[in-house]
Design a protein around this ligand. Structure first.
Ligand code: CP
Ligand code: NVA
Length: 335
């Protein structure tokens, strides 16, 4: 099997701005007609099973992938932490070479991003990052879908993330936001800001899309006039030993009523969940009128269904009606 045509989704910038918009358009279409796209079920479609592997715990990701795959006529093979040989008895490369012979896509929640890259390099089926230490790109597709539903177009909006600005969600807000042409502001304490390489990648993408990047330790500077305010836990999976120190460090970046008073009046609030009320977000905000977190959680389902169908289509492993035929862009450019 050749891997040249296979499309993967390992980080937010793996989709161009136009491709991200196409996936979000498809997600809206599939949300309105949930069983209209059936990449696994069509007669003669072939493989139906998607391997969904978890090295870390999950509620939303597990349920949204399992139900989304079933909605599209497929079968989710959920592999829970510690259940497979991968990582301890068998290399990622060997695992990829086995899985690609049987499944139609690989969804993987893991630690090191390098593992996902190794999986993708050795698998001729799409590999999807279901969260790693550095990125949570599927979450951002759901978040952008939610913002589109509530605010219309994404381009030109100001999206702010407060809190642990060095974690996977901060990186994904930055990269996915600028890919959509948004002005992304990331605020956190010194020592917990995004890696300079990720900031550079975001600036490069922003220059193409008309978006912009602001990295700051000043929460007020970030919040002023924001259209979207987002946060995430201060203690990500694997950081539990640092909990006490982190609870002290991030306090001034809490999304509470006084923070929301600095944002635009019509700002919406995102949180990928699970949320810790009274820490990164107050109960009054997450349970208040500006919060769209339940739409955001539901949109994991619609966004990931669209993503899976789109990747299969782009990889030549399924045909999704309404998407441009493979090679159409090249033919148009040559005409
Ligand atoms: N937001 C999110 O990824 O939730 P889970 O960890 O429950 O999957
Ligand atoms: N930053 C969090 C996101 C959970 C969905 C973590 O990695 O634990």
């Amino acid at each position: 099997m050749t891997t040249t045509a296979t499309r993967h989704f390992l980080k937010d910038t793996d989709l161009t701005g136009a491709e991200q918009a196409e996936v979000l358009d498809l997600a809206l279409r599939m949300k309105a007609a949930p069983y209209s796209v059936q990449p696994f079920a069509a007669e003669g479609a072939g493989r139906k099973t998607v391997a969904v592997i978890f090295d870390k715990t999950s509620t939303r990701t597990r349920v949204s992938f399992a139900t989304g795959i079933a909605d599209m006529g497929g079968n989710a093979l959920i592999i829970n932490p510690g259940e497979a040989q991968i990582g301890h008895k068998e290399s990622v490369t060997d695992t990829a070479k086995v899985l690609e012979r049987m499944v139609t896509s690989i969804v993987w929640r893991t630690g090191a991003h390098a593992g996902l890259v190794e999986m993708a390099e050795n698998a001729a089926v799409p590999v999807i990052n279901a969260l790693c230490d550095d990125y949570h790109p599927c979450q951002l597709l759901a978040d952008l879908l939610t913002v589109r539903e509530h605010k219309g177009e994404l381009k030109g909006l100001t999206m702010v993330y407060l809190g642990d600005a060095a974690n996977n969600m901060a990186n994904s807000y930055l990269l996915a936001g600028v890919t959509a042409g948004m002005h992304v502001r990331i605020a956190g304490p010194e020592g917990y800001l995004p890696d300079p390489a990720i900031v550079a990648a975001a600036e490069e993408r922003a220059a193409e899309t008309g978006g912009s990047v602001l990295i700051t330790t000043d929460a007020t500077e970030a919040l002023t006039g924001a259209d979207v305010v987002a946060t995430d836990t201060w203690v990500s999976m694997g950081q539990e030993a640092e909990k006490e120190q982190r609870m002290r460090l991030f306090q001034e970046y809490s999304v509470d009523d006084s923070a929301m008073a600095k944002a635009s009046q019509g700002a919406v609030v995102l949180h990928c969940l699970p949320a810790y009320r009274g820490y990164e977000i107050s109960a009054s905000v997450i349970d208040g009128p500006q919060s769209v977190v339940w739409d955001e959680a539901e949109n994991r389902l619609h966004a990931q269904k669209a993503l899976m169908a789109w990747l299969l289509h782009q990889s030549g492993l399924a045909v999704v009606a309404g998407l441009p035929a493979l090679g159409a862009a090249t033919e148009a450019a040559q005409a």
